[in-house]
Design a protein around this ligand. Structure first.
Ligand SMILES: NC(=O)c1ccc[n+]([C@@H]2O[C@H](COP(=O)([O-])OP(=O)(O)OC[C@H]3O[C@@H](n4cnc5c(N)ncnc54)[C@H](O)[C@@H]3O)[C@@H](O)[C@H]2O)c1
Length: 253
């Protein structure tokens, strides 16, 4: 029996890295997947990979930092698949590396706009709909940096801590409405985000970051997708308000 048979799943940032792996995993488990992302050169190839697992998958162009764009994306999902059962609010960016005193207001607002406001925008519209049918499972992508600090990334660290707070507050608010709200806190995962952040393409930086993971390597997007399927499915039916650490032991130290 597939774990998400005929479930309607909304995933933000599903064209690359972790989001794409989660979209493929959900489609493999029988879900109808709606991928919301910015248009990019990855679009055709990524959608082909997802549709190979379930041809019903759709792409919706959506900037998660826009409240109205997200509202319209959720409406499209419900119109296309008839319902919305599961949401993975995953879209996130790294941002420029700077100390707080040297960080521009623009750099701060950009990361907060996507990584924190984007998650609020999604949750607001998802919960409004899920409440009408009193069921749903929401998973927000935080990070190990939602639990501890990391120099030169205050915007990212603050946003990811905020995502965990938002997850816990909403989990309490909707616990008796049949809606579960959880987060995932990945360690460093080898995706294009690490290249953009100047981590996986610089051997000495890469080795330093790897050394912070007791397991001794970066994680893979598929390892995060396995946690997503667990939190999305009824396997986790008594779990709400948690932030699942999938981090090679990073936070155990
Ligand atoms: N890679 C890691 O080490 C790591 C660790 C912990 C948490 N995370 C989190 O996991 C999530 C996915 O990261 P990834 O490594 O797969 O990233 P990635 O860089 O591979 O993919 C980012 C995707 O986000 C999309 N995106 C960017 N801005 C957007 C916006 N405004 N609206 C909609 N989509 C937008 C991009 O188009 C791209 O498809 C992020 O929230 C990230 O913070 C990543």
């Amino acid at each position: 029996m597939k774990k998400l048979e005929n479930k309607s799943v909304f995933i933000t940032d599903g064209l690359s890295g972790i989001g794409k792996a989660c979209a493929i995993a959900a489609a493999k488990e029988g879900a109808n997947v709606a991928v919301a992302d910015l248009k990019s050169s990855d679009l055709v190839r990524a959608m082909e990979e997802i549709k190979k697992e379930n041809p019903k998958a759709i792409f919706i162009e959506c900037d998660v930092s826009s409240f109205t764009a997200v509202k319209s994306a959720i409406e499209t999902v419900v119109k296309t698949f008839g319902t919305l059962d599961i949401a993975l609010n995953n879209a996130g960016i790294g941002g420029d590396a700077n100390r707080v005193g040297e960080m521009s207001e623009e750099a701060w607002l950009k990361v907060i706009g996507v990584n924190l406001n984007g998650v609020f925008n999604c949750m607001h519209h998802e919960l409004e709909y899920m409440l009408t049918k009193k069921s749903g499972s929401i998973i927000n992508m935080s990070s190990i940096l939602g639990k501890v600090g990391f120099a030169l990334s205050s915007h990212y660290v603050a946003a990811k801590h905020g995502v965990i707070g938002l997850t816990q507050a909403a989990a309490l608010e909707y616990a008796t409405d049949g809606i579960r709200v959880n987060a995932i806190s990945p360690g460093f995962i080898e995706t294009p985000l690490l290249v953009k952040g100047g981590i996986s393409d610089k051997p000495e930086v890469k080795q330093f970051v790897i050394s912070k993971h007791p397991i001794g390597r970066f994680g893979t997007s598929e390892e995060i997708a396995a946690g997503f399927i667990f939190l999305a499915s009824s396997d986790s039916s008594f779990i709400t308000g948690t932030a699942l650490e999938i981090d090679g032991g990073y936070l155990a130290q």
